[in-house]
Write a protein that binds this ligand. Structure first.
Ligand SMILES: [Zn+2]
Ligand SMILES: [Zn+2]
Length: 155
């Protein structure tokens, strides 16, 4: 158990993890200029970048707690929803179980570390495009697994 009351989040290379309060969706919270902001949003603002009104901050690495400015992209809502997919689509866990595949088997077939798959399934991490392609390949289906990228709070 770490300070977030959960096991350590699997980190991708170069991710810098927020260490502090976390909201129920898994995003870090921090005080920035007197108000509570999502930690990744504060990281972008602290780096001097401007976020146009209504635009979102997207994690290119998929790690919700990451505050490395190099992993954060400022996207318009339209660009952001192109990157993510509609929420109604199935989750990775759902599709994996429907395919009667264990986490370990999916890890072996996709070449994606099972710690990452586990974090994605539990909503702690968003899948990258490369991973989604690997999952589609491994699961032998094209279930538009971009759904795995979904989260509505990453902004
Ligand atoms: Zn990162
Ligand atoms: Zn995003």
């Amino acid at each position: 158990m770490n300070s977030h009351g959960a096991e350590t989040v699997y980190k991708r290379a170069d991710c810098i993890l927020h260490d502090g309060p976390v909201n129920p969706s898994g995003y870090g919270l921090t005080k920035y200029e007197g108000r509570t902001r999502k930690a990744h949003v504060a990281a972008v603002l602290a780096g001097g970048r401007k976020i146009p009104k209504g635009w979102h901050v997207h994690h290119a690495c998929g790690v919700k707690l990451c505050v490395n400015p190099e992993h954060l992209r400022i996207l318009s809502p339209v660009e952001h929803s192109r990157t993510h997919a509609p929420e109604a689509l199935p989750t990775l866990r759902h599709v994996r179980l429907a395919a009667s595949m264990t986490l370990k088997e999916l890890a072996r077939l996709s070449g994606i570390h099972k710690a990452i798959i586990s974090q994605i399934e539990r909503g702690r991490m968003n899948a990258t495009r490369t991973e989604i392609e690997a999952f589609d390949e491994a699961l032998g289906c094209r279930f538009e697994s971009r759904a795995l990228l979904v989260n509505t709070e990453e902004r």
